[in-house]
Write a protein that binds this ligand. Structure first.
Ligand SMILES: N[C@@H](CCC[C@H](N)C(=O)O)C(=O)O
Length: 277
């Protein structure tokens, strides 16, 4: 029996296991099983809490298909609430080791069910090498790609994880289940990519539809929202502080001192035990 907590950030939902005080089986297999919405608990992703030698605590993240991802924006807010509530860290500001480097959450408000958390996500990177993009171009910024006879202007960026950002005039015209999947698996991105379609409402408000690598369409993606905000400020000179509206709610993204700060909720759904046999 494995103790777990289920949480969500803007409808992007996760199972978290304490991997310090209990032994866990193979994480990739466990993620596939617990995230299954019919035969498991049901979630977009799974996180494991581990001890860190370089930071206060370590977060491992897995997508619903069992693949490991370097980081998760909505996930790290939930992770931060969990380790703070369980007193696995000290203080309201701490460091979390992830495969994408050290992230710095700060608990802004804390209640039993819902907390608000700011996370310093670090910098955005555009190099094609970091994205593992199959191109000779140094970066992919507003480049045309063709999908089913339609041309999309795509930008690729690393903000914790890898993201394609595509600005469109009307999100209603995007069939994300078809186009999202095709871009995720496009030959330009041999390691696959998360896909964010973005409509600028005004200088400080974006609407974003998310297709996540290893999951499919989700209600929100924190690092995707941050990627959209960064690319928007470069291509369209939008504000350095924007509200990104997603199907599951709104997250605030601020770029200051060359770093990206994400602020949003983290909410507990339930706690329980998972029977792994
Ligand atoms: N939901 C996330 C991102 C999760 C990882 C992603 N699917 C990947 O494979 O990179 C977020 O909120 O950032």
């Amino acid at each position: 029996m494995l103790e777990f907590i289920k949480m969500h950030g803007l409808g992007n939902d996760f199972i978290i296991f304490d991997g310090i005080n209990q032994d866990l089986p193979d994480h990739n297999e466990l993620a596939k099983k617990v995230c299954d919405r019919h035969f498991g608990i049901g979630a977009d992703g799974m996180m494991v809490v581990k001890q860190s030698s370089s930071s206060d605590i370590k977060m491992l993240f897995y997508n619903a298909d069992g693949s490991q991802a370097p980081m998760c924006g909505n996930g790290i807010r939930c992770f931060a609430k969990y380790v703070f509530d369980e007193k696995l860290v000290r203080g309201k500001e701490f460091e979390v080791e992830t495969l994408a480097g050290i992230m710095r959450p700060r608990i802004i408000s804390s209640e039993e069910k819902i907390s608000f958390i700011e996370v310093n996500l670090g910098k955005a990177y555009f190099s094609s090498e970091m994205i593992h993009a199959n191109t000779n171009k140094e970066k992919i910024l507003n480049e045309s790609i063709e999908i089913d006879g339609n041309i999309f202007k795509i930008s690729a960026v690393v903000v914790g994880s890898v993201h394609a950002v595509i600005f469109v005039d009307d999100l209603n015209k995007i069939d994300i289940n078809v186009i999202g999947r095709k871009i995720e698996n496009h030959q330009l991105f041999p390691n696959k990519i998360n896909v964010n379609f973005c409509q600028i409402i005004d200088d400080t408000n974006f609407q974003v539809l998310t297709w996540e690598r290893g999951v499919g369409q989700t209600l929100a993606c924190g690092t995707g929202a941050a990627s959209a905000a960064v690319v928007g400020s470069i291509l369209y000179n939008t504000s350095k502080k924007v509200n990104v509206h997603l199907l599951g709610g709104t997250v605030e993204i601020e770029q200051r001192d060359n770093e990206i700060f994400m602020t949003g909720p983290a909410e507990v759904i339930c706690k329980g035990v998972y029977y792994d046999k």
